[in-house]
Write a protein that binds this ligand. Structure first.
Ligand code: SAM
Length: 284
């Protein structure tokens, strides 16, 4: 636990001497106004946008989001931050909810606000320990969120956005790129946070695909094949599928030949569409 007393930007209304940073909640507060100003230029924000912010912390990003949108729905798990946020944003277009984002029903919460909007965008400096579960939850559960602009560790950002046959490409790249267009929008040095994390960060912009370009016949099997294909990166696809899906070797080789792939191929060279073809074949 570390005191945030050194954050000179923090508003005078915040009793900063009373707040202690909690590592267990992944608290690394953004203290650089230049970065904050840049972040809010990345999402598609208008005065008709509903913004969802996960983990507003002391509200440094929230303040910029409120200035550029219609309404902010903010989820903060740390009860100690709620009075600070309530005081800072009193009377503004914001709903501050003391909840664990992973346990929320996003679309129900949006409906309960009972407001009109043109688009819903998630903008957050994420608690890094739950980056992947947060993104997967939004992708899988919300039909309203169409865009996400998220700060995360640079290493994770590279995985989400990497292309086949590159060193960072793995099952997470495929799970994310199956549902979204993902790109790194900005690299962010560790020095702009208090406390500074041990790694650099990046902002990733994810735009949800309107209609899936190609849809697997069986999504559950698709995810299983993707995960199973990367269990041991150095192994061939055949060997990974044999152990993860429990299939006879001859039938996996026959399938790859039928689909026109070299049986020596590794998962890292296959695209989202290749995995859809393989899972559809296995689904028959
Ligand atoms: N947005 C602030 C900023 O940029 O200075 C704080 C970002 S800090 C990296 C992550 C924030 O997420 C913290 O305020 C933390 O308490 C909150 N948080 C952590 N886990 C959470 C969860 N499961 N649901 C909601 N908020 C969470």
């Amino acid at each position: 636990m570390k005191n945030i007393g050194t954050a000179t930007h923090v508003k005078s209304t915040i009793k900063k001497e009373e707040f202690h940073i909690k590592k267990k909640f992944g608290q690394n507060f953004l203290v650089d106004q230049n970065i904050l100003r840049k972040i809010v230029t990345i999402p598609s924000l208008t005065d008709e946008t509903l913004v969802i912010e996960i983990g507003p912390g002391m509200g440094s990003l929230t303040e910029h989001l409120l200035a550029k949108s219609k309404f902010v729905l903010a989820y903060e798990i740390d009860p100690d931050l709620i009075p600070i946020l309530n005081e800072t944003f009193k009377g503004q277009n914001i709903s501050i909810q003391n909840k664990d984002f992973l346990k929320t029903n996003i679309d129900e919460d949006i409906e309960e606000l009972n407001i009109s909007y043109d688009n819903v965008v998630v903008v957050a400096n994420l608690p890094y320990y739950i980056t992947t579960p947060i993104i997967m939850k939004i992708i899988e559960e919300s039909s309203k969120v169409k865009e996400m602009v998220l700060m995360m560790q640079l290493e994770v950002a590279r995985r989400l956005t990497s292309k086949p046959s590159t060193k960072d490409y793995n099952s997470l790249s495929i799970a994310i790129q199956y549902k979204t267009f993902a790109e790194i929008a900005l690299k962010v040095p560790r020095t702009v946070f208090i406390p500074a994390p041990n790694v650099d960060s990046a902002i990733v912009k994810l735009v949800v695909k309107d209609e899936l370009e190609v849809c697997p016949d069986n999504q559950e099997l698709f995810y299983k094949v993707v995960r199973g294909s990367f269990v041991q990166r150095r192994k061939t696809l055949v060997n990974n599928l044999l152990s993860s899906l429990n299939l006879p070797k001859t039938s996996v080789i026959e399938m790859l030949e039928d689909l026109g792939y070299n049986p020596q191929i590794r998962a890292e060279s296959l695209s989202v569409n290749d995995f859809i073809r393989i899972s559809d074949y296995l689904n028959k």
